[in-house]
Design a protein around this ligand. Structure first.
Ligand code: NAD
Ligand code: TYD
Length: 351
């Protein structure tokens, strides 16, 4: 094997797309997927690569220092792509400490392991940290987040991701650890856990349940096809400059209510419902605390320096996403059994 890479959080939404891309594209890399399999991690996401000779799964927690040390000793990693995280803003409002533990402490444990195991030679090594545009805070009606935008996180989730980004850069400056960070906008696509807006709405529309829209639905997000994010990570991992940050975005801003209306139209068509049927399910509910108004990424640096650009128009990507969910009801049933029900009731009953 030419290189041994650790991918953390590979059983989650974005991680599973990254693992799939790397396992298939680089048969001479050994890919080790470390995942704790929390409610958000599901090995069914990787059923198509699980038997590939260059793929290994390790169940474990990134906050477990002894376990992470032992993994570094066994595999002698050349690189890390770090995606494992608690990722949902609403859950961070319910239970901030879980986010501090995994996102801050977990990242520090991984950085420490890299520092220890790579101290003799940093040559050819890389710690690639996958982060979010939410570290920049919120925008008004105008402007974009660039790599120079000052950090201003406003939710426990974004604050924990911002802290982890700062730790990554601190290890770069203090210990010369080769690092790269990318900050990406909202992703959508297959295998997305149905606590997030798009898969939750698809599920509820399918089941004729109310589709909860926070506040007046005026908040704006910049949506990117998850496979385009995985491609960007591949490009940056192989061609990016160490010590740098790259913003990744879809150049694709949508107000939540406009997005949900578009989704309702697509669902009407796919389910053979009369136009306007699904939109009747839209229900405005109590707003999220501290709800960031608008995110929009300026991904010019990534485009100019490394030639990356999104491949799909949103309408096409959304239709493909709906098709995937309608064809994979069993997956949806598996991930929403058990603990999901309790979360759903706690989150939406009071709204
Ligand atoms: P996800 O919640 O779908 O998956 C997270 C994965 O991490 C799960 O498989 C889970 O089991 C694993 N995990 C959680 N805690 C762990 C721990 N302590 N030890 C080991 N594994 C653990 O998240 P996602 O949406 O795929 O996001 C992946 C990364 O990308 C995160 O770092 C997130 O901050 C970042 N990101 C996400 C988005 C988005 O739109 N979803 C956008 C930009 C950046
Ligand atoms: P989400 O998918 O949770 O991503 P993030 O908060 O990280 O951007 O939410 C996307 C947008 O949709 C956000 O403005 C909150 C809103 N939203 C709803 O209106 N209703 C919902 O049930 C959820 C989960 C989100």
């Amino acid at each position: 094997m030419q290189r041994t890479l650790l991918i953390t959080g590979g059983a989650g939404f974005i991680g599973s797309h990254v693992v799939r891309l790397f396992v298939n594209k680089y048969p001479d890399y050994r890919i080790v997927n470390l995942d704790a399999l929390t409610y958000a991690g599901n090995l069914e996401n990787l059923a198509d690569v699980k038997d590939k000779p260059n793929y290994t799964f390790e169940k474990g927690d990134i906050t477990d220092e002894a376990f992470v040390d032992q993994l570094f000793t066994s595999y002698q990693f050349d690189g890390v792509i770090h995606l494992a995280a608690e990722s949902h803003v609403d859950r961070s409002i319910m239970d901030p400490l879980a986010f501090i533990r995994t996102n801050v402490l977990g990242t520090a444990v991984l950085l420490n392991a890299c520092r220890k195991y790579w101290q003799d030679s940093m040559e050819g090594k890389l710690f690639y940290h996958v982060s979010t545009d939410e570290v920049y805070g919120t925008l008004g009606a105008e402007g974009f987040f660039t790599e120079e935008t000052p950090y201003d996180p406003r939710s426990p989730y974004s604050a924990s991701k911002a802290s982890s980004d700062h730790l990554v850069m601190a290890y770069h400056h203090t210990y010369h650890l080769p690092v790269i960070i990318s900050n990406c906008s909202n992703n959508y696509g297959s295998h997305h856990f149905p606590e997030k807006l798009i898969p939750l709405a698809i599920r509820n529309i399918r089941q004729n349940k109310p589709v909860p829209v926070y506040g007046k639905g005026e908040n704006v997000r910049d949506w990117l096809w998850v496979e385009d994010h995985a491609r960007a990570i591949d490009t940056i991992f192989h061609k990016g400059r160490t010590g740098e940050t790259y913003n990744i975005g879809g150049f694709n801003e949508w107000k939540n209510i406009d997005l949900i209306n578009l989704l309702c139209m697509i669902m009407d068509k796919k389910l053979g419902r009369a136009p306007g049927t699904s939109a009747q399910l839209i229900t405005f509910v109590k707003d999220r605390a501290g709800h960031d108004l608008r995110y929009a990424i300026d991904a010019t640096k990534l485009n100019k320096e490394l030639g990356w650009q999104p491949s799909l128009q949103f309408e096409e990507g959304l239709e493909k996403t709906v098709d995937w969910y309608l064809a994979n009801e069993e997956w949806l049933q598996h991930v929403t059994s058990g603990a999901y029900q309790q979360y759903y009731e706690e989150q939406y009953q009071k709204r």
